[in-house]
Each structure stands twice: as structure tokens, then as C-alpha cells.
Design a binder for this molecule. Structure first.
Ligand SMILES: NC(=O)c1ccc[n+]([C@@H]2O[C@H](COP(=O)([O-])OP(=O)(O)OC[C@H]3O[C@@H](n4cnc5c(N)ncnc54)[C@H](O)[C@@H]3O)[C@@H](O)[C@H]2O)c1
Length: 290
């Protein structure tokens, strides 16, 4: 399939940067969000990042201008996806919302269009049956922040056709991202399963009073050579994001060990979501730009 237009649904932390990768790769790219403010913020943040890239000579000014010419912002899902060959969904991590979005997209997009979800955990078989084209549904899991992190997990469910998985892999390579194909579904995929195991253990050690979160981060950085500690990483990616992921896993497994911990729940209820709100485990002074 000759992909010309890519739509990204949801212009939050992930969506706006996935859309930029697509625009930089030369695709006509439509970024859609329900909220106009999210689109305005996306525009502002992308302008700042691309200006920095130009200043650091990562891209030319012409490449930046061309990418912005390729990129369209809209609150209208029909306008965004009506002509799209590939849609990448990056809305909130709630299964029922994703199913609604996929059902709506199925009605809007051409019959050849592939629908991918950027979910951190939810396998696409839980969403595919909301559409009439399960063979064209798969996971394309980018990592935060997509403009920096060079990895995408493409997950092929039993319903996903070989052509769909192949197309997702090819697009990743066009977006200049290393893609890895998972031939079988598992909730949370590979990287996050490993990461959550570390975060769960870090949280249990903190809640058990064995060390404070700063020292757990320090040990993880110094002794295990991780570039960033588990609590610092939760602040960076958004404590609410992890919270929804755990809720989803608990809904799927029913295992109390998968439930969001007491500390995570308290942080979310207090609106202390990490860097994006200026406070999570650590304080960031003023509200930080995503
Ligand atoms: N943040 C991360 O570290 C990370 C990493 C990989 C994958 N993901 C996944 O990416 C997805 C998005 O996460 P995020 O961190 O960007 O979330 P976010 O909360 O920053 O952004 C979500 C955006 O989706 C919009 N939205 C909600 N419902 C919508 C709808 N029906 N139609 C259009 N827009 C809608 C919201 O207005 C918001 O702007 C989630 O599935 C998450 O699991 C997140």
C-alpha cells in the first residue's frame, strides 16, 4: 500500500510527537484532538522542539518548514481521518474510550486504511472487534518521548494480517524508528513488562520503608547504570499514565498485585502527576513543558 496520509488521534504527550515524526518523514499528517487547547499546546511545543533541532543543526530550517507544511491540526475526526491510509490512535489509556474511537474511525476511513493503537498495555484484540476490519488493526507502541526514543513495538494479534504488520513495520522505518515485531499478544508487551516489574519492586521497597524514593533512584542509577531512577521516570512519563495502565492490567488479570499502589493512587488523587504538573515524587518549581 502506498501510504500518503497519516492521521494521529489524540494530541497529548505522545500524539503530538508521533505526528511530528510523520510530518518530518514527508507524510501529510493530520493531528486531531477533542480539545483545541491540546492542539494549541502541541503546536507551541513542536515549534520549540523543532527550533532547538535547527539551532543544534539536527535538521535544516527548510526541513523544519516542510514538516510544518505537512502537518495539520484539527478537532474534527472526519477531517483528520477521512483520507488517511494509516491512523495511529494516542488517546487516553481507557479501553472503552479507545473502542469508541476505533468504532468511529471504522465508519470514517477508507476500506484499505490500517488502524493502529499506541496503547502502552492494551492488546489490539481487545479493540479490533469494535471495527469491521480486525485484520487491519494492530499495536504500534512508541516510547516517550517519541521524537527522542528510537523504538516501536509492533504487535501482531491473531486477527492482524501479515500485510498490516508489515505495513506498520515499514512505516516505522520511514519514521526513522527501530521497530520490533511481536508475533503474539501479551498485555504490556516487552519493554513495559520489564519496566513495570522494576517500578513495582521499587514502590514495594519504598512503601515498606526500606529506603526513600530518592535513594532508590540513586541506587538504580549508580549500581544498575540506569540513566534515570524508577521514581524519576514515573514523574517524567506521568504518574496518571502509569495509574491507568495498572488499572487496565488489574481489570484484565484481577490480580491485586496489579492494582495501582497506595502511593500512586494518592498522587493521582492529589493531582501530583509528575513533571507536567510541576510536582510528582519530586518538585519541579513551575509547571514543566511536558
Ligand atoms: N506517556 C507515555 O509515557 C506513553 C508512552 C507510550 C504510550 N503511551 C500511550 O499513548 C496514549 C496517549 O498517552 P499520552 O501520555 O499522550 O496521554 P495524554 O493524556 O497526554 O493525551 C491524550 C490526549 O487524547 C485526547 N483525547 C482523549 N479522548 C479523545 C478522543 N476521543 N478523541 C480525540 N482525542 C482524545 C486528550 O484530550 C489528550 O490531549 C495512551 O494509550 C498511553 O498508554 C503513553
Amino acid at each position: 500500500m502506498n501510504v500518503k496520509t497519516i492521521a494521529v488521534i489524540g494530541a497529548g504527550s505522545m500524539g503530538h510527537q508521533i505526528a511530528m515524526l510523520s510530518a518530518l518523514a514527508g507524510y501529510k499528517t493530520n493531528l486531531q484532538d477533542l480539545k483545541n487547547e491540546a492542539l494549541e499546546k502541541a503546536k507551541l511545543d513542536l515549534t520549540k522542539i523543532m527550533d532547538k533541532w535547527v539551532a543544534k543543526e539536527k535538521i535544516t530550517i527548510e526541513a523544519k518548514d516542510q514538516a510544518f507544511e505537512n502537518l495539520f491540526f484539527t478537532t474534527d475526526i472526519r477531517e483528520a481521518a477521512g483520507q488517511a491510509d494509516l491512523v495511529i490512535e494516542a488517546v487516553v489509556e481507557k479501553l472503552e474510550v479507545k473502542r469508541e474511537v476505533f468504532a468511529e474511525l471504522d465508519q470514517i476511513v477508507p476500506s484499505h486504511t490500517v488502524l493502529a493503537t499506541n496503547s502502552s498495555t492494551i492488546v489490539s484484540s481487545l479493540i479490533a472487534d469494535a471495527t469491521s476490519r480486525p485484520d487491519k488493526v494492530c499495536n504500534m507502541h512508541f516510547f516517550f518521548p517519541p521524537l527522542v526514543m528510537d523504538c516501536v513495538e509492533v504487535v501482531k494479534g491473531e486477527h492482524t494480517s501479515d500485510q498490516t504488520a508489515q505495513l506498520a513495520m515499514e512505516i516505522c522505518s520511514q519514521l526513522n524508528r527501530t521497530a520490533v515485531l511481536l508475533q503474539k499478544e501479551i498485555s504490556g508487551f516487552i519493554a513495559n513488562r520489564i519496566l513495570f516489574a522494576i517500578q513495582k519492586e521499587a514502590m514495594a521497597l519504598y512503601e515498606g520503608g526500606y529506603a526513600n524514593y530518592k535513594d532508590i533512584d540513586k541506587i538504580t542509577r549508580k549500581a544498575l547504570s540506569h540513566p534515570i531512577g524508577p521514581f524519576e521516570l514515573m514523574d517524567l512519563s506521568g504518574i496518571d499514565v502509569g495509574y491507568y495502565v495498572m488499572q487496565q492490567q488489574y481489570a484484565e488479570t484481577g490480580d491485586p498485585k496489579d492494582k495501582p499502589s497506595k502511593t500512586i493512587t494518592e498522587k493521582v488523587e492529589a493531582g501530583e502527576l509528575g513533571r507536567k504538573t510541576g510536582k510528582g515524587f519530586y518538585e519541579y518549581g513551575t509547571k514543566v513543558n511536558r
